[in-house]
Write a protein that binds this ligand. Structure first.
Ligand SMILES: [Zn+2]
Length: 247
């Protein structure tokens, strides 16, 4: 399934964590996928990922799953700030915002993800984007990434709820119970958010990250009715999945 032509020295030991997350990235680098692999295997780069998926579907394996690759950087999810220790990183060869993901690449990616979910017992809600775990710094895998196609393969959480009202319901600095509820939902999903009932800039950034994943056609960070409805649905699916994990 994988090509082992490249081996990266950029890893260390996981901090006694079980592997329970997959973090998806786009490479956003010019050049071929081999060039990207070489960079991730260059010890001066200080970055790496376990896998790289080429546009034609070829999968390169750079680091053994058991090692801690350096892909997430400063990040946070669900109470944990050492995402590299609990995750497997997958780089998807793509130029970044505006570039498309060929079908072959996505079907290969889905095969890889399913394989890793089975192998490590990773729940489908724990397949996330770099932008979910590092919303202030990162946008990948970006607005063009087809999360819905992954959902059709049983990967990730998705909501099909459709509301066309995109009028913002809040203003920056506003304080209300509705904002508190939204912050609580985002926090309970796993986002690094301070619940203070105020629609502050930090909250706007997290809402934007949520939109990037679940409502990519409009990612302005404003709380509109569609975002609120999607968040309620996605939050309740996370809650359900997390309960299954505990049972
Ligand atoms: Zn990334």
């Amino acid at each position: 399934m994988f090509i082992n032509r490249f081996t990266s020295p950029n890893y260390n030991q996981r901090e006694n964590s079980k592997i329970d997350m997959l973090v998806l990235h786009y490479t956003a680098m010019a050049g071929s996928c081999e060039d990207v692999c070489k960079w991730l295997c260059n010890e001066t780069s200080h970055v790496s990922s376990h896998y790289v998926v080429d546009r034609d579907g070829t999968i390169f394996s750079l680091i053994d799953d058991n090692h801690r690759a350096w892909h997430a950087g400063v990040s946070f999810w669900d109470g944990s700030s050492d995402i590299n220790s609990r995750s497997i990183g997958i780089e998807i060869h793509n130029l970044g915002e505006g570039d498309c993901f060929p079908e072959k690449q996505i079907s290969s990616l889905c095969r890889l993800i399913k394989n890793l979910m089975d192998k490590h017992g990773i729940s489908r809600h724990n397949v996330l984007g770099h932008s979910d775990v590092a919303p202030e710094r990162k946008k990948d895998p970006g607005n063009s990434f087809p999360w819905i196609d992954l959902h059709e393969q049983g990967i990730g959480i998705w909501s099909n709820k459709k509301i066309t009202n995109n009028k913002s319901m809040v203003n920056i600095g506003e304080k209300s119970q509705k904002i508190e509820e939204v912050q609580n939902h985002l926090k309970s999903m796993g986002y690094n958010i301070n619940v203070n009932s105020i629609y502050d800039n930090a909250t706007r950034i997290i809402i934007e990250a949520f939109q990037r994943h679940w409502r990519p056609k409009k990612t302005d960070g404003f709380l509109d009715l569609e975002t609120e409805v999607l968040l309620k649905d996605v939050f309740s699916q996370f809650k359900y999945m997390k309960k299954l994990d505990l049972d």
